[in-house]
Design a protein around this ligand. Structure first.
Ligand code: NPW
Ligand code: ADP
Ligand code: K
Length: 509
């Protein structure tokens, strides 16, 4: 699903009104009507006190429409208007008058702290103060009102955006931003729904299709792509009946050191479970017996170093090399990594200590084969890019980095983001149970395996991140967030593939 900027959405709004021959008030009625429907379906005429807090722009207008429809359906509704200015948007005003027409009590005007409504934990608050038109931080008593709503303990449903949340910057601690339990948004999710410092304000969310002009949206370049099952399914390459292991490539997993052999075994097993034809593990000597015993399907080549990698030499050349898990960063390992970078021409996957070596030796960056996939978690990314001001600055720096070195970055997080040039792909699978040792090693193996099966490195990164998260979700559904470990993610990669085609006639070919 495409994620658009606020400017694009405003433009789509205009184009829709023109092409569909409707008024903006009709579009507001359509959009807010869908919000009403969702609320009505959930509340099912329950007599919960509903308090709608409206601004004076179109977000407030939406709040008024929702209020009118709820009143007409017999709900117990109080409407408040935050009178931070005398200005009103046109569609706000016409819907304000419509409240009078249905004979409902006039909305209460809030002019300062003394007017704040009583709020109770059992209230259902609809936040329609600011939407995507927020253009400066809320101040004074309006900021106090936002903090007051948050502190009430009431269930908060935000329309379009939690009020006070900007679409292009992250709040500072203490800023006035509604902390919604649920957000109902129009047409497309917003980038801030997926970033570490902003997602917490959004709560759960749902996207309502308000029928904005399809042609405009299809042609508009996406600010980012959200990768869900629909998108992931389209990336899948079916396996042919008449094929052999050579068709699915040879993955080589290089890494490990004394006490950290488990990492490469997880990557290698993940590569096998993702469908690589052949997997070779290249390890320090101390890993030999362990690896041969726990993973008979993989071949093992050992380095001359007993406890760490010292002189990486192998034959024949694999289709793709994954480097770094558990490798450590001793001087000898750094040196042999440098030679490996110099002699490798095809795209690699670089993870963990491979990334740390790149950060400590910035001169190595230009040696990375083009189109390689780097998989940093936030700390590794910071070592690689330097500090960033906020999540937006982080993404800008990541784009610059991938452009400069012609590589692909998978920024691992709750919503991992694959960055390639100016393109962002946001993953929508995964769960907190994956915050467990070795989960990242598994992802590196899945990406490597897909590249060896001839997926383009960018597609491999995006698809692997989806499958890895889905495998984690399936593992969590059986074992709980607490009970699952990285090996369970590996064990459910197959189920993640099968899930792609569940409820779909196409099936896995
Ligand atoms: N696009 C779509 O697809 C559709 C969008 N729709 C809805 O429209 C919403 C956008 O509406 P919007 O543009 O009127 O802006 P909105 O968010 O109501 O608030 C801005 C108002 O507040 C003001 N203001 C700003 N910051 C302020 C501050 N800190 N402190 C004080 N004042 C501040 C600013 O005025 P200013 O003072 O800057 O002149 C302006 O008046 C959108 O989120 C969705 O709900 C649907 O109805 C139909 C389909
Ligand atoms: N809360 C979470 N929600 C979704 N995915 C998560 C969460 N926490 C971690 N993950 C995923 O688990 C993996 C953890 O990787 P990493 O931190 O490198 O672990 P390790 O170094 O132990 O292997 C990443 O792919 C990350 O996206
Ligand atoms: K809002």
């Amino acid at each position: 699903m495409k994620i658009f900027t606020v400017q694009q959405l405003a433009e789509a709004d205009k184009v829709t009104i023109e092409k569909q021959g409707i008024t903006s008030e009709e579009l507001m009625e359509r959009a807010a009507g869908l919000v009403f429907k969702e609320i009505h379906a959930r509340l099912n005429n329950e007599s919960v006190p509903i308090k709608i807090i409206c601004g004076i722009g179109n977000n407030g207008g939406d709040g008024l429409v929702v209020g009118r429809l709820l009143i007409e359906h017999g709900y117990y509704v109080s409407i408040y208007v935050v009178n931070f200015t005398k200005e009103r948007s046109r569609d706000f005003l016409s819907n304000y008058n419509k409240i009078k027409e249905i004979g409902a009590p006039w909305p209460t005007l809030l002019k300062g702290a003394e007017d704040f409504p009583e709020l109770h934990p059992k209230d259902f608050v609809i936040d329609a103060i600011f939407g995507i038109g927020l253009n400066r931080p809320p101040e004074g008593w309006v900021a106090d009102l936002i903090h007051y709503i948050n502190a009430s303990g009431a269930f908060i449903l935000s329309i379009d955006m939690p009020s006070g949340l900007f679409s292009t910057k992250t709040p500072e601690p203490g800023d006035a931003v509604i902390k919604a339990n649920y957000t109902l948004t129009f047409q497309a999710p917003k980038l801030v729904y997926y970033l570490p410092k902003t997602a917490e304000f959004v709560g759960n969310y749902q996207v309502l299709n308000i029928g904005l002009d399809y042609e405009y949206l299809a042609a508009a370049p996406a600010e980012a792509q959200l990768i869900d099952k629909e998108e992931a399914k389209n990336l899948y390459i079916p396996r042919k009946n008449f094929s052999h292991k050579g068709d699915y490539g040879h993955s080589m997993i290089i890494g490990g050191s004394y006490g950290k052999i488990g990492s490469i075994s997880l990557s290698a097993k993940a590569a096998l479970r993702t469908g690589a034809g052949l997997v070779t593990i290249y390890s320090p000597e101390c890993g030999y017996e362990i690896l041969q015993s726990i993973l008979p399907e993989a071949m093992v080549i050992i380095d001359e170093g007993e406890k760490e990698l010292k002189n990486i030499q192998f034959e024949p050349e694999p289709d793709v090399i994954c480097f770094g898990m558990g490798a450590g960063i001793s001087a000898a390992t750094v040196k042999t990594f440098e030679s490996l970078l110099k002699k490798t021409k095809s795209p690699m996957v670089i993870d963990a200590d491979g990334l740390n070596m790149l950060s400590n030796n910035k001169g190595f960056l230009k040696l990375i084969p083009k189109n390689s996939v780097l998989t940093p978690h936030p700390k590794e990314l910071e070592r690689l890019l330097g500090e960033w001001k906020d999540d937006f600055d982080k993404l800008a720096k990541a784009k610059e980095f991938t452009n400069k070195y012609e590589v692909i970055l998978v920024i691992k997080d709750a919503h991992s983001i694959t960055v390639s040039g100016d393109n962002l792909y946001i993953n929508n699978t995964g769960n907190p149970g994956m915050a467990t040792a070795g989960a990242g090693d598994v992802l590196a193996g899945v990406i490597t395996s897909l590249i060896s099966q001839k997926y383009e490195p960018l597609i491999a990164a995006v698809f692997a991140t989806y499958l890895h998260g889905k495998a984690g979700d399936i593992a969590a559904s059986k074992l709980s967030y607490q009970g699952m470990i990285a090996g369970d993610i590996v064990d459910n990669i197959g189920a993640a593939f099968l899930d792609l085609f569940k409820n779909d006639d196409r099936g896995m070919e």
